[in-house]
Design a protein around this ligand. Structure first.
Ligand SMILES: [Zn+2]
Ligand SMILES: [Zn+2]
Length: 390
């Protein structure tokens, strides 16, 4: 990092931020032990810090309180303040002189702590960040990285870029290029090497103020190679047009999901179909039984109808043949009247009737005894028929 710092960053940065620095010269809050003071960029030299904070010059370095980045003085004893967080708080680290130095007699330190004509420092309370300036710009740490042969992104330094409201990714890339004093253009990307595009989101300062978002700067040509490499290796696997690769990846995923869903659905349908087939077979068997039962019922009905007909015949026969006196079916002799042509009754009942009467018991005709027909054979047949039917 230091090698790059020494490669002429100061003049470039000075050129870039001239106007801003005139208005708000970069300042850094430094502390060591209980001592804290704010220093301007030009005061940041190893000799001055050694003098103020009493730290061994060879061990002296600065550490950013927030990013934990460390900054060492260059060969001339100057710190590359362009890489340091403007208005950040830095610990002055190193071996304290007070612990290692043995007291010496004579005049105090020969070094002048204060360059002539410049104020020693201003109190931190007077140098609070200007809220207006904060609102219009953001300071972002950009990781400058190379791409290894394996495709791994390997950061080798960081650059702190002041980004103005509305300034896009391209401008940030240009700033990085100028900071690094490089002939190559730089593209801004994420940790995976995916280029960050100029969008309304990236033009918003909130994007750059998100401290959890790591932003990388990689040579545009290297990034393009990385992209091509990825696309080639992907297309070797799938033999598709590299341009469509990403879309196809998504489509293949979707296709796989659909295939899985379809095969599950087919399984479910098979299962349901089997269940249905079993149910239908059950129903068929039941229906067959019912049909058979209905057939049986028809037979029964027919029989019932026959029986009821027989019963009706029997009943008619019974009515026609019943004895008018005892109402029984005559079981030995059936007596029929010649006067009115009807069944009169059984032989015994009619004999008993004739003992006291001479007129027909039905039509009241005289000489009843002479008008009777006694049927012997027929009455037995009738009795047999009646029994069979009933
Ligand atoms: Zn009669
Ligand atoms: Zn009778």
């Amino acid at each position: 990092m230091n090698a790059i710092c020494a490669a002429g960053l100061v003049p470039l940065h000075a050129k870039l931020t001239l106007k801003m620095d005139d208005l708000y010269p970069p300042q850094f809050s430094l502390y060591h032990g209980a001592k804290r003071l704010t220093m301007s960029a030009r005061d940041l030299s190893r000799d001055r810090l050694e003098c103020i904070f009493k730290v061994e010059p060879d061990s002296l370095y600065l550490e950013d309180d927030i990013t934990r980045e460390t900054f060492f003085p260059d060969h001339s004893g100057q710190f590359q303040t362009t890489l340091m967080r403007d208005r950040g708080s830095f610990a002055v680290s190193g071996t304290s002189k007070e612990q290692v130095l043995t007291p010496v007699a004579g005049p105090s330190t020969p070094l002048s702590c204060r360059p002539k004509g410049t104020p020693a420092f201003t109190h931190p309370s007077n140098t609070f960040q200007n809220p207006l300036r904060r609102a219009k710009s953001a300071r972002k740490q950009i990781y400058v990285a190379d791409i290894e042969d394996s495709g791994k992104i390997s950061p080798y330094t960081t650059v702190h870029v002041t980004i103005s409201e509305g300034q896009g990714v391209q401008a940030v890339g240009q700033t990085v290029q100028e900071y690094l004093n490089s002939a190559d253009s730089y593209s801004i990307c994420d940790a995976k090497g995916l280029a960050i595009a100029d969008t309304s989101e990236t033009k918003d300062l909130e994007f750059w103020k998100t401290s959890s978002r790591k932003v990388y700067a990689i040579r545009t040509a290297d990034l393009a190679k990385l992209k091509m490499g990825r696309v080639e290796s992907a297309s070797k696997k799938k033999r598709v047009d590299p341009e469509e690769n990403e879309v196809l990846d998504g489509l293949l995923d979707v296709e796989l999901e659909i295939k899985n869903s379809a095969s599950k659905l087919a399984e479910n349908i098979d299962e349901k179909f089997n269940e249905l087939t079993i149910s239908v077979n059950h129903i068929k068997a039941n229906v067959l039984q019912v049909v058979q039962q209905i057939d049986g019922l028809a037979e029964v009905k027919e029989k019932v109808s026959q029986v009821s007909k027989s019963l009706s015949i029997a009943s008619s026969l019974r009515d026609a043949l019943a004895c008018r006196i005892c109402t029984n079916i005559p079981n030995s002799v059936l007596v029929i009247t010649a006067c009115c042509g009807q069944v009169a009754g059984c032989g015994t009942c009619i004999q008993t009737y004739l003992n006291d009467n001479d007129s027909c018991l039905l039509c009241k005709a005289n000489m009843f005894a002479g008008k009777l027909v006694f049927l012997r054979g027929l009455s037995e047949v009738l009795a047999k028929l009646t029994n069979a039917v009933i």
